[in-house]
Ligand binder design. Structure first.
Ligand SMILES: *Cc1c(COP(=O)(O)O)cnc(C)c1O
Length: 479
């Protein structure tokens, strides 16, 4: 190598923005990204290079015309990537809150596209030509599927609980068992929501045992509601006692007090018909006498993010009159997606295929095993001798607080460094990081000194796209 090339570049060697902008190699970038953004990115690039030159750490090869055009192209490509990107969820948790929970069926996607691109009768009654109510789009479906008298929709289940408590229990008391004071990930805690709703929490029973007389003894002049909360993400086992909804209803009735239930995930049909763990349905909760039930749209229901409130017509009417309802209402895209998802529930025979969440939850372990066996040799040869890739059985979870004890037999790939010894942790971190740099990032889970890729959520349509990324993975690991 000759000296002028191997010598570090000096700050004065960095070309001006104007000179680089005139390079013929740069013109395609100006056309593609626009002159203003490209110029701004170029200015940032030259500033970075100048700082490195000042530190004596810039090679002359980095500021040739070709190198500058290439670096700018890379920077513009990085900058223009959307922040919200598709990833592969191989965590083993199907309804992963951090990865966006439920995936929508095609009918819902089409409905969202229509609602985004054409005016729609969101709050317009096509029969009378008068003003409509956006809840009308789904409330009869919700009533049909749950047996409730009335229904309304808000932004998420946290909003549903807040709105329900604020409407029915402001400046009054709400009785809840100590065994049900749940915290959901992401800062939803029943006592905190209660406080923000302006209601006073009255805790009864103990962590492991609450009896019917605990409810009875807590009822007083200031009591507004008796509330039950689904223990979404934990189980209390051993010496336990809790009181069923129907029993709480019997206690509340002589006092004329409503019983409300935050069902969390809230499934609309019996999941045991597909071999999934038993979970009380919204219909059963209404039938047990609950006056209001709240649940999420994007957990087991398999729809868009939403909070659904179903139950007694007079209570729903009150909730809809609360000014907070306006602040917590859903947008048209949510309603557009929710309606077709609810329609799928009218045909339970096809639901396990038509609803992506249920399709993923009921995927036969044998199919996932076959997929793992198909993928293992290719991934092993891409990663080379430094890594051991094996196809092994594993256990997936439903996620989002649905059935914490319920586990689904699955299959996947485990990857570990061969002979890494003390560096195992570091190398696994590098592997995890490399998987995240892929064009469609792959999210797995590190445990027991290996990386686990649960293949339950890798559906056949995505198999090729997943495998196509392995050369890039090998490349990223070498970098
Ligand atoms: C998940 C959950 C919530 C919060 O629901 P979001 O739709 O995430 O707002 C509230 N309560 C229970 C019991 C839950 O499981």
């Amino acid at each position: 190598m000759n000296d002028s090339v191997s010598m570090p570049a000096r700050p004065a060697d960095i070309p001006s923005v104007d000179r680089v902008l005139r390079l013929p190699g740069l013109q395609p970038l100006l056309d593609q990204y626009g002159r203003t953004p490209a110029t701004a990115a170029l200015r940032r690039l030259l500033d970075t290079l100048r700082a490195r030159a000042v530190a004596g750490q810039l090679a002359r090869q980095a500021i040739t015309d070709d190198a500058l055009c290439e670096a700018l192209a890379a920077q513009l490509a990085r900058d223009s990537q959307p922040r919200l990107r598709a990833v592969f969820n191989l965590t083993g948790t199907v309804l992963h809150t951090n990865l966006g929970r439920a995936l929508l069926p095609d009918s819902a996607v089409q409905a969202v596209v229509r609602a985004m691109t054409a005016p729609a009768n969101l709050e317009f009654d096509l029969g009378t030509g008068g003003r409509g109510d956006r809840d009308d789009l789904v409330d009869d479906l919700l009533c049909e599927l749950t047996g409730a008298e009335a229904a309304t929709v808000v932004n998420n289940n946290a909003a549903a609980v807040l709105l329900m408590l604020n409407t029915l229990a402001q400046r009054r008391e709400v009785v809840v068992s100590r065994g049900e004071l749940v915290e959901i990930g992401g800062a939803f805690r029943i006592p905190d929501v209660m406080q923000r709703a302006g209601a006073k929490l009255v805790e009864i029973g103990t962590t492991n045992r609450t009896h019917p007389h605990d409810y009875g003894n807590a009822i007083g002049a200031r009591t507004a509601l008796l509330m039950k909360v689904h223990c979404s993400n934990y189980e209390i086992t051993g010496f336990t006692r809790s009181v069923e909804v129907a029993e709480v209803v019997r206690i509340a009735q002589p006092h004329g007090l409503p019983v409300v239930v935050d069902l969390g995930s809230g499934t609309l049909c019996d999941l045991t018909q597909w071999g999934l763990p038993q979970e009380t349905t919204v219909r059963e909760t209404i039938a047990a006498g609950a006056d209001l039930v709240t649940f999420s749209g994007d957990k087991l229901l398999g729809g868009p993010q939403a909070g659904l409130i179903v139950g007694r017509a007079d209570l729903i009417a009150k909730i809809k009159k609360n000014p907070l309802k306006r602040a917590l209402r859903v947008g048209k895209l949510t309603l557009a997606a929710l309606e077709p998802v609810l329609r799928l529930y009218r045909d339970p025979e096809t639901l396990a295929q038509s609803l992506p969440t249920l399709r993923l939850l009921t995927r036969p372990a044998g199919d996932i095993a076959a997929l793992a066996e198909r993928l293992q040799p290719g991934l092993q040869s891409s990663l080379g001798d430094g890594w051991q890739v094996s196809a092994v059985p594993m256990v997936s979870q439903i996620g989002s607080g649905a059935m914490p004890g319920g586990q689904l037999a699955s299959f996947g790939l485990v990857i570990g460094p061969r002979d890494a010894g003390r560096r195992t942790g570091r190398r696994l971190q590098q592997l995890e990081a490399a998987l995240r740099t892929l064009p469609r990032p792959v999210i797995g889970r590190v445990a027991e000194d290996v990386l686990w890729l649960d293949l339950r959520c890798l559906e056949p349509v995505d198999e090729a796209a997943f495998a196509d990324q392995w050369p890039a993975l090998a490349e990223a690991l070498r970098a």
